[in-house]
Design a protein. Structure first.
Lengths: 491, 386
């Protein structure tokens, strides 16, 4: 009990520590950054009617941080706007509040993220810990999973530092997984639909959830059982979507406009330097010159679909909780590596599910976390967050060493040559990370290649992600499948 | 596990980089500047800034060493005329210097805890308490002397204490206790009955005495005596501070002042005259108040009163009966620190560290309530300052 309290409070302390630092676009007119985007959405949702939120108009200039997340984000902004109005209407005054920055406003925004953490992310993580602690396989490790969920720095560097609300959608995802683990599939569908309606990036996780639920429907053992369950889940999803999208469904044009905003194909293959395969290969092959946007989008779609099939089919045939967790990581990694227009921040969609398998894959997941932190360094440096990034990466390393001591893992046995090789490559990789991060901060890049260090970091991270992807696929396929036990679990 | 905790806390401290920093930040920046740019015989005379150097010489040399590293971070901070200069690199350097010197504290705490066979979690206890506020106010305390005394290594203890005294004169509060302890355990010999005996004629005793004196005197060797000593001794004592102190402090003199105020109603005249605000040389603004009705306390009077307060503590019976018992010696040190703090002329919140640290070295009793009491008392003391 005290362990949980200490971990929670420490996690909260780290979050507030990061919030002392600047946010994205601080003091940088005219566009500022994501922080200003969130403030602007509060302004738009408070001052305009719902049907105008996604439509270009005199009061709503879509080129200045137009809404590009699904309606649940818009509703959340609206609620935040209501509170902002009570505190200081100048925060959200139409037009005149553009670029509004003050100490009170920063505090208000940080509190809004903290509130989401308190209401969504932390309870979901606690429930996950409680439910997973009941399974014999991870009984002792559920606390470790919870600790990593709280302490993994990526999420709060982005949420409290750069400024976003990833904790809402990821918290809902964890809630969905928890609901699945306690056998409540309909509730899980509700949670996941809400997560998807909060950020469309949750599509990265949609396939595993879909195949898992379909697999459990098939495993009902009879045709009626299959149909009943399918209809139950289907209805739940449709109902959730309808409720969330209701205000926007009145007009087909408005609806299409929203969809267009959510999936901006005109933005290009990648923005900035991201650790995806396409960006890394672009150093050698200039995709932008060979294909146009729609062709490239098609290539990405096909590649992603082909790569995600093995893990999805395995999950469909073996819909166990363990396979689901691995499939979530695998699917999100594949999408991150191969899909169209990926952000560096999207790696969170892979690392948070990885927290859920921390007990089983302590060594690899720690490695994954450290690489993911540094892969976001170029983005965070722009926000003035280089010190928290480095400090928290070191902290993750220290915490994971100590957590690992209690966990008897095969990889700790160094008699085996293979294990020796693993540890050697691990430490070599960490040295590489340290060298890259420090040199990117201290050495000026050559004049001809101003993006030298971000590209180097992206390629380095991408190589690691590919290796992790292969490894996690291997581990998923190795899960021992016991038909008897699983039949009991599902019923 | 211990060092993991230390480094984890250090990582957390890095997150506090942009947090509030007090005037002490500017104090230390100024000292870095003047030790870097001026020859050492001018260090104690430089007064471009209001925060003149008022710590003993060793601390000045320590600042000089730091200034060599500071030059790499941001040379502009070392300009004496750049008052209140706080560029990001300056903040980074100052915070990093505190974090790194904290590691010395961590090392000493570990040694003490090991000597004392305290369980693992309590090793981090002094650290955890001190980490946050030490970091914000930029102070460092070493507890090496106490550790050496526990080991029975009186000479090393004496040496480290002299070093300590020359780093911060605040340790004058506990100097008499150290002196008496050393005298008793090193110079006096006890026979099998436990009785103490001072053998004037023994060669052994006198060599020991000489060695001890040398340790203590070593520390004053870095500067010429005479005018410098005058300056060094009387700057820090901050006689302008006034008895009241800047904040509400639970000390004897506060009670005294309240008594004076209470006479207001009786006499019909204001009992306390507020003279103009003077910046004390330690950096906090006090209102210099003078009592008119009841006895006005003069500085010399105060010194005598302080000494009288400290003497009973010095000669606590246990100090004489069990010289080798480290527990009681730290109790004595703690008590002494507290009494010094309570009765001295001008003290501020940071000085409560000394007794707190010394008390912290005691074996923490297993009951959690005493821990909570300890933490609460620290919090209550520090809160007004925060």
């Amino acid at each position: 009990m005290e362990g949980i309290a200490i971990v929670t409070v420490f996690g909260i302390l780290l979050r507030w520590g990061v919030s002392l630092f600047p946010y994205s676009g601080a003091g940088k007119p005219p566009m500022y950054g994501d922080y200003e985007a969130q403030r602007h959405w509060q302004e738009i949702t408070m001052n305009l009617p719902i049907k105008d939120w996604y439509i270009n108009g005199t009061d709503n200039d879509l080129l200045y941080w137009g809404l590009d997340y699904p309606p649940l984000t818009a509703y959340h902004s609206y609620v935040c706007g209501l509170v902002a109005k009570l505190i200081n209407p100048a925060f959200i005054a139409l037009h005149s509040s553009r670029g509004y920055e003050s100490y009170e406003h920063k505090l208000f925004m940080r509190y809004s993220v903290f509130l989401v953490d308190l209401l969504v992310y932390i309870p979901a993580a606690l429930m996950f810990m409680r439910i997973s602690g009941k399974s014999k396989a991870v009984k002792n490790g559920s606390m470790m999973n919870y600790a990593m969920l709280m302490i993994y720095p990526g999420i709060f560097l982005i949420d409290y530092g750069h400024f976003q609300y990833n904790n809402a959608s990821l918290g809902l995802l964890i809630a969905a997984v928890t609901a699945i683990m306690s056998g409540k599939d309909c509730l899980a569908s509700v949670f996941f639909s809400l997560a998807l309606n909060y950020k469309q990036m949750e599509l990265y996780h949609a396939l595993p959830i879909f195949f898992y639920l379909l697999g459990t429907c098939i495993k009902q053992g009879s045709f009626t059982g299959f149909v009943v369950k399918l209809i139950k889940i289907g209805l739940t999803v449709v109902l959730t979507f309808t409720i969330v999208w209701a205000p926007l469904l009145t007009d087909l044009d408005a609806f299409l406009q929203v969809v267009g905003r959510l999936f901006p194909f005109n933005r290009g293959l990648f923005e900035d330097k991201v650790a995806s395969v396409w960006c890394s290969l672009s150093v050698l092959i200039k995709f932008k010159n060979l294909f146009d946007n729609s062709q490239m989008a098609l290539i990405c779609l096909v590649t992603t679909a082909v790569c995600v099939i093995p893990s999805s089919i395995h999950l469909f045939l073996n819909p166990t909780h363990r396979a689901l967790k691995y499939a979530l990581v695998n699917s999100s990694l594949i999408f991150f590596l191969f899909s169209f227009h990926v952000h560096e921040k999207s790696i969170l969609l892979a690392t948070i599910p990885a927290c859920l398998i921390f007990t089983e894959e302590h060594f690899t997941v720690t490695w994954f976390f450290l690489v993911s932190n540094i892969s976001m360094l170029p983005l965070l440096v722009k926000d003035g967050l280089e010190i928290p990034t480095l400090a928290l990466t070191v902290l993750t390393f220290i915490v994971s060493i100590n957590l690992g001591r209690g966990n008897s893992s095969k990889t700790e046995n160094t008699d085996n040559l293979w294990n020796l090789l693993q540890w050697f490559s691990y430490y070599l990789s960490l040295i590489g990370l340290a060298v890259l991060s420090i040199s990117s901060l201290t050495i000026a890049p050559p004049a001809r290649y101003p993006d030298f260090f971000p590209v180097l970091i992206s390629i380095y991270s991408c190589a690691h992600y590919c290796i992790f992807c292969v490894y996690f696929h291997y581990r998923q396929f190795k899960i021992k499948f016991n038909r008897e036990i699983n039949k009991q679990k599902i019923q | 596990m211990y060092w993991s905790t230390v480094f984890a806390i250090s990582c957390f401290k890095l997150l506090l980089l942009p947090a509030y920093h007090s005037t002490d930040f500017e104090v230390h920046r100024n000292w870095l500047a003047l030790t870097h740019s001026l020859p050492f015989h001018k260090w104690y005379y430089e007064n471009t800034s209001e925060w003149t150097l008022d710590y003993p010489p060793f601390f000045a040399w320590f600042e000089w060493t730091l200034s060599k590293v500071a030059a790499v971070f941001d040379v502009s901070m070392l300009n004496v005329n750049q008052l209140s200069y706080a560029s990001p690199m300056t903040v980074l350097f100052q915070r990093l210097s505190v974090i790194i010197t904290d590691l010395i504290l961590a090392y000493a705490a570990k040694l003490c805890a090991e000597e004392n066979c305290v369980s693992n979690k309590w090793r981090s206890y002094p650290l955890a308490r001190l980490a946050l506020v030490v970091h914000i106010f930029m102070m460092n305390i070493t507890i090496l002397p106490a550790k050496h005394l526990w080991n029975g290594q009186e000479l090393e203890g004496a040496f480290w204490f002299s070093v300590l005294l020359n780093l911060k004169h605040i340790y004058l509060y506990i100097a008499p206790a150290y002196f008496v302890y050393l005298l008793r355990s090193y110079c006096f010999t006890s026979n099998s009955n436990g009785q103490c005996k001072y053998d004037f004629l023994s060669l052994d005793t006198s060599t020991k005495q000489v060695r001890m004196c040398m340790c203590v005197c070593l520390s004053f060797y870095s500067f010429d005596i005479g005018e410098r000593i005058n300056r060094i001794f009387f700057c820090p004592v901050a006689f302008y501070g006034g008895l009241g102190g800047a904040f509400c402090m639970r000390r004897n003199w506060q009670v005294y002042n309240y008594q004076a105020r209470s006479l207001d109603g009786v006499s019909g005249r204001p009992s306390i005259l507020t003279t103009e605000k003077k910046a004390s040389l330690k950096g906090t603004l006090h209102e210099a108040k003078e009592n008119i009705i009841i006895l006005k306390i003069y500085s010399r009077m105060l010194l005598i009163l302080v000494l009288m307060n400290l003497i009973p503590v010095c000669f606590l019976a246990s100090s004489f009966r069990n010289p080798r018992n480290p527990m009681t010696s730290t109790d004595v040190l703690g008590l002494k620190g507290l009494r010094g703090h309570l009765s001295f002329w001008s003290a501020d919140h940071r000085k409560v560290y000394v007794p707190n640290v010394e008390l912290g070295l005691r074996k923490i009793p297993s009951s959690s309530s005493s821990t909570i009491l300890h933490l609460l008392s620290l919090f209550v003391y520090l809160f007004p300052l925060l």
